[in-house]
Design a protein around this ligand. Structure first.
Ligand code: PLP
Length: 391
């Protein structure tokens, strides 16, 4: 066996490092951790600690940065959602904690907008909750929420996914739920940055908010943060590791990852956001400028619109589209050819604008130019008038 000698790990396994023009998505490995995060993880790996103590201290950092009463490091936002559901069903009752995912006899319904039905909501069901859906993708009436809440309601969930049409505003959801003594749990996994969103949903009255640690916060990919009221965070913790009996026990968070996410969060809140946004816009702009003048191809810059409060609009991106019939190339063909090249380039086709989206947030220096070259090769263009422009 060859053991690790400090380099060439991916090569040895025959796995090709890729250019990530897709975003901080799980299938690409999330984000690249800044060196101080990796160093903190390495340092933490060298000592044993009391995990209750470490979790409590990390929770205090999360509470301070989110404006919540309490916080907890989770194994990702999806794990945070599972713990939200469990906490709202069991509270701190050890007998109920022991019984999940069998939630019979507990308040076990979670009310959810149909407009919020992303795949991750199955984590609520995994905890043992039953989903009660309201509204449709276009519109939801307040009376639908009022009518859905009953004696069995454990929580109202609010999920910030790719598109946010059709849901009642969070503030109104909080008002309606709280008037009936029901907590509101928020999944804001992909809503960081902007940094203002760290405090936004708690300030709007949410009782628990879950974020990813391995997307825009650039912490370990398998981390998340959960913040909320003292009581609900205590209940979430009792449902998870290091306790051995909770439904959240398989989503264990080790000491190294706690060190990593806490360090990443501290770096994140100190980031110069204007400079970062400008850098992303500039990278998208390189792609837009580089692809001008190819017959039949349109490349446009879509600016960040963080005020839309959805998981796609927090940063600028370049959208490349063409007439698929005349070019004889579908979006999927181009995505596949980028992936098959060297280095592989990965990007998404599912942007709200159609076409392929070059998302700059995970691109490194020099990568936008490589993407331009490869796309020019595939889309066939020689730059019209490029010589004149350069002269
Ligand atoms: C990414 C994402 C999740 C899952 O987050 P992890 O940190 O990967 O567990 C949940 N909800 C939404 C809306 C997401 O975008």
């Amino acid at each position: 066996m060859t053991s690790y000698k400090g380099e060439g790990f991916y090569e040895r396994l025959g796995v090709k490092p890729a250019i990530n023009a897709w975003s901080w998505v799980t299938v690409m490995g999330g984000s690249i951790m800044p060196p101080p995060v990796v160093r903190a993880m390495e340092e933490a790996s060298k000592s044993f600690v009391d995990m209750h103590d470490l979790n409590a201290r990390a929770g205090e950092v999360i509470a301070k940065l989110t404006g919540a009463e309490a916080g907890l490091v989770t194994a990702g936002s999806a794990a945070g959602m599972l713990l939200q559901a469990a906490a709202c069903m069991t509270g701190t009752d050890p007998a109920k904690i022991d019984r999940l995912p069998d939630s019979r006899g507990m308040k076990n319904q979670i009310v959810l907008h149909r407009a919020h039905r992303v795949g991750y909501v199955r984590t609520y069901r995994a905890a043992g909750a039953k989903l009660v859906e309201i509204g449709d993708l276009e519109r939801t009436e307040e009376w639908e929420l009022e009518a859905a809440i009953n004696r069995k309601t454990a929580a109202v969930a609010y999920v910030y996914g790719p598109k946010m049409g059709g849901a009642i505003p969070l503030e109104s959801v909080v008002e309606i739920a709280h008037a009936r003594g029901v907590p509101v749990i928020v999944d804001a996994a992909a809503m960081l940055p902007p940094v203002e969103n760290l405090t936004r949903y708690i300030a709007a009255g949410a009782d628990m908010v879950s974020f990813s640690g391995g997307k825009g916060v650039m912490g370990p990919q398998s981390t998340g943060i959960l913040c909320g009221t003292k009581e609900l965070i205590a209940a979430a913790y009792l449902n998870s590791a290091p306790h051995s009996e909770g439904v959240g026990r398989p989503a264990k968070v080790p000491k190294e990852e706690i060190a990593g996410i806490v360090t990443a969060l501290e770096l994140f809140v100190d980031t110069d956001q204007d400079a970062q946004r400008a850098d992303w816009r500039q990278k998208a702009q390189v792609v837009v400028a580089g692809l001008q003048g190819i017959a039949g191809v349109t490349t446009t810059l879509v600016d960040a619109k963080p005020e839309l409060q959805d998981s796609h609009s927090g940063h600028a991106r370049a959208i490349v589209s063409w007439d698929t019939a005349t070019m004889g190339l579908t979006d999927e063909d181009v995505v596949a050819r980028l992936k098959d090249g060297d280095p592989p380039i990965y990007l998404g086709t599912d942007g709200p604008e159609g076409g392929i989206a070059v998302v700059p947030v995970a691109l490194r220096e020099g990568e936008p130019e490589i993407i331009v070259d490869r796309l020019r090769g595939i889309l066939g263009g020689r730059r019209i008038g490029s010589r004149a422009r350069r002269a």
